[in-house]
Design a protein around this ligand. Structure first.
Ligand SMILES: NC(=O)C1=CN([C@@H]2O[C@H](COP(=O)(O)OP(=O)(O)OC[C@H]3O[C@@H](n4cnc5c(N)ncnc54)[C@H](OP(=O)(O)O)[C@@H]3O)[C@@H](O)[C@H]2O)C=CC1
Ligand SMILES: O=C(O)[C@@H]1CCC=N1
Length: 277
């Protein structure tokens, strides 16, 4: 596949919060000129931070400058999408649209922007350090070259995975989009237990963090399933067996599975509010 495509266009972000900042940071680090990045961001503090940190243009409201963008990135909360889109609409129809919003369907983005060329991405916060995971879906009207432009734009944030059906993005959202929160939740529990068992908070944090990082790296490098890797830690009649038996008895795995279903259902609900389902 030809990967020599160029992001030789002005990129406009609607919303300049956490995830937009992670993507902008990656673009700037990869050498995309900051002068060709425009952000519509109503918060004066956030706009100032974007200008000083990245050297990009950050305006409080959409205006004619948006019309120069070949790529528009929708990075507002789903709940404010319609309000944010209305003032952008007069300038958006010629651009490729990339949405990172949870749930909002391509059809709603097409309706609001006037462009059928819509890609949806579901990134996650490790994008901030180039260790993210993004799921991607493109509408049929999106060309191969435009897919490559999106890949080039998001590559500095971490790994990318295309899915074939738009509905699969709800599963991606539940698994990897929200996923860092589950890992932080696990870390919270491990640190709490460490402190209860007599370690300092600092010691517990180091032990927990490196254990999660090491286990993730081992899993990534191993051809074995997580189940086999878990069994290798679990000596018969030993400490791990005592811990896992307690988790199983309390239905923790099932609760985790249910939690991801709840996240996917919420993504679908957010979409349904825009006429998806
Ligand atoms: N956070 C995450 O882990 C992930 C988030 N996402 C998606 O990314 C999107 C953004 O999330 P995140 O970056 O966390 O959110 P943030 O709240 O950090 O960023 C959203 C930004 O949009 C601004 N904003 C509000 N109204 C408007 C408007 N009318 N026009 C332009 N900008 C506006 C907000 O300003 P103000 O603060 O003043 O309201 C804020 O700075 C969401 O749709 C979310 O679903 C996707 C994957 C992961
Ligand atoms: O919680 C949310 O709705 C967003 C989408 C995925 C991660 N954060």
């Amino acid at each position: 596949m030809n990967r020599s495509t160029s992001l030789n266009t002005t990129i406009a972000f609607i919303g300049g919060g956490n995830m937009a900042s992670a993507i902008i940071g990656g673009l700037v680090r990869a050498g995309h000129p900051a002068s060709t990045i425009l952000v519509v961001e109503p918060s004066p503090e956030q706009a100032l931070r974007l200008r000083s940190q990245f050297g990009v243009q950050a305006d409080a409201a959409a205006g004619p400058a948006l019309g120069a963008a070949g790529l528009i990135v929708w990075a507002v909360k789903p709940q404010v999408f319609e309000a944010a889109a209305a003032p952008c609409a007069p300038y958006a129809s010629q651009a490729l649209q990339l949405s990172i919003m949870a749930g909002i369907p391509c059809a709603a983005i097409e309706k609001a922007s006037g462009s059928a060329r819509v890609v949806r991405a579901m990134p996650n916060t490790p994008a901030l350090i180039g260790q993210g995971m993004s799921g991607l879906y493109a509408r049929p009207a999106v060309t191969l070259d435009e897919r490559l432009q999106v890949e080039q734009m998001l590559a500095p944030t971490g790994q990318l995975l295309w899915v074939e059906q738009e509905a699969q993005l709800d599963a991606v959202t539940a698994l990897s989009g929200s996923g860092p929160a589950y890992v932080f939740y696990l870390l919270e529990a491990m640190i709490q237990a460490g402190v209860e068992l007599g370690l300092s908070a600092e010691q517990s944090r180091q032990l927990a963090q490196q254990t999660v990082a090491g286990a993730a790296a081992l899993s990534a490098q191993s051809s074995e399933t997580p189940e086999v890797l878990r069994q290798r830690v679990t000596s018969k009649g030993g400490t791990t067996h005592a811990a896992i038996s307690t988790l199983e008895a309390r239905g923790v795995k099932l609760a985790f599975v249910r939690a991801l279903h709840a996240a996917a259902e919420r993504a679908a609900e957010l979409g349904a509010e825009f006429g998806k389902n």
